[in-house]
Write a protein that binds this ligand. Structure first.
Ligand code: GLY
Ligand code: MN
Ligand code: MN
Length: 461
């Protein structure tokens, strides 16, 4: 945990922003795999971690905005439990480290929620992503469980987003701690990868590395010669000479802050001519985007600039034609780059995505586009100091997408389908780093991970 004062101050600010009613933050519970006692690795809810810091299942936090009363609800373990689980810290001791003076058994939370409902005080809660918590909130509030997220509190979402969006030095240290593990994961994968072994042999080794650090992956590892499938979680392909492989992976720090890094490298250790050409375009677009990052600049503008670098490069190689600005404005480049440039990073790898992406990445100054590609931009707003955001452009040859657009003759004034079709088995290339916005501009976080063609080939050799 951070020091007690950190959590006390965070809750104090939250209470002041929300101003009235009760704030109810449910923590996560154990999540069964195939029977109740056989659970997935426990992961605490990130907002609960941010405001309370207790990294254990079975808790809920209640904050009364008017009186300032704070109660941590949770149950102590009995000796029967301890026989199976070993010694356990008391709820009051956990609460003390978080600066909370009142605790109560979990079932007693209904006394407070019933009182609030009777006196028509608002109970603020966040959108929920776990069904057990939806059902629990349903029981407490009388709202039907499938309607719970419709009644989540906009005031609470905005108040939490306003705090969690801006990272303190302590939080940035945590992200850099996770990035140290990322460095090791990436160089291990580059060293291990060779023709004739399965993807799973490498993905298992880097997952083992993460676990050996006392950490856990911040999301399921993507390691695939089919990098054109953006979130490809299969690891069953045999790697061959001539393949390129995308590794998109991250670790969690001791306090569960995430890293999120992508590198693409040649299975044989050497890129082919066309792989080099396309890799260099992705790299130029990523460096060009990073170069633009500073307070006051909209991330959507940077996404579009990056898209133009990709489009210009692919035009020079003969895959696209026409005016680069025009074709990017129309969205034709999305045949190669069908996703957004990046997202906030913090306690979640897609930070606060569960609060609602449009609250996090958009506001009244910028609305989400419905254009294919641009619509997937998760963060479009103006950059401010303290944001940590990923920069992750890519170029992909997605056979199904190429086929469909070619049949529709979509953007055929801009797209050379004949040339692209010949290349439909190319795969994909993505390069991703995590960047802090500073007062002056930006800082790429973590130890530099091999990225230029020369560096990557040296590490793969
Ligand atoms: N790891 C998923 C992403 O890069 O957004
Ligand atoms: Mn990633
Ligand atoms: Mn990412």
């Amino acid at each position: 945990m951070f020091d007690t004062e950190t959590y006390v101050n965070r809750r104090h600010q939250l209470r002041e922003r929300v101003a009235s009613g009760l704030i109810l933050l449910p923590g996560n519970n154990e999540s069964p795999m195939n029977y109740t006692g056989n659970t997935f690795e426990f992961r605490q809810d990130s907002s609960f971690l941010y405001y309370v810091g207790i990294d254990a299942p079975g808790f809920a936090m209640l904050i009364d905005c008017e009186s300032g009363e704070e109660i941590l609800y949770g149950d102590d373990f009995t000796v029967d439990d301890i026989v199976w689980m070993g010694p356990q810290e008391k709820v009051v001791d956990k609460a003390r480290r978080s600066g909370i003076s009142k605790t109560a058994p979990l079932h007693r939370i209904s006394e407070k929620t019933e009182e609030a409902l009777k006196s028509k005080r608002k109970i603020h809660f966040l959108p929920q992503y776990r069904h057990d918590n939806m059902m629990w909130l349903s029981k407490l509030t009388g709202i039907r469980s499938h309607m719970i997220n419709k009644y989540s509190s906009r005031e609470l979402i905005l108040a939490i987003a306003a705090q969690r969006t801006f990272k303190t030095n302590g939080e940035i240290d945590q992200i850099e701690q996770a990035l140290e593990i990322s460095y090791e994961m990436n160089v291990l994968a580059m060293r291990m990868t060779r023709p004739g072994i399965y993807e799973r042999e490498v993905s298992a080794a880097i997952e083992g590395l993460v676990l050996s650090k006392g950490s856990y992956p911040s999301f399921p590892i993507i390691f695939s010669i089919h990098g054109e499938t953006l979130h490809n979680h299969g690891h069953d392909n045999l790697m061959k000479s001539g393949d390129i492989v995308v590794l998109d992976s991250g670790a969690e720090s001791s306090l569960h802050y995430a890293s999120d890094i992508t590198r693409t490298f040649p299975v044989s250790g050497k890129f082919s001519g066309i792989q080099r050409d396309i890799y260099q375009i992705v790299l130029d677009s990523q460096l060009g985007a990073i170069d633009m990052m500073k307070p006051g600049r909209a991330y959507k503008e940077i996404h579009l600039h990056c898209s133009e670098i990709i489009a210009r490069g692919m035009k020079d190689l003969g895959f696209l034609r026409g005016d680069v600005k025009e074709l990017v404005a129309a969205g034709a480049h999305a045949i190669f780059f069908p996703h957004g440039l990046g997202h906030l990073l913090g306690l979640d790898v897609h930070d606060m995505e569960n609060l609602g992406e449009d609250y996090i990445g958009y506001d009244e100054s910028v609305r989400r586009s419905d254009q294919f590609g641009l619509a997937y931009l998760r963060f479009a707003k103006v950059l401010k100091p303290g944001l940590v955001i990923t920069v992750e452009p890519g170029i992909y040859f997605i056979p199904e997408l190429i086929h469909q657009w070619r049949e529709e003759k979509k953007f055929d004034q801009f797209i050379n389908y004949e040339k692209i079709w010949e290349m439909r088995h190319f795969g994909g290339i993505r390069i991703e780093d995590d960047v802090l916005i500073t007062e002056q501009g930006h800082r790429v976080l973590g130890i530099p991970i091999p990225k230029s063609i020369e560096e990557v080939e040296t590490h793969c050799a």
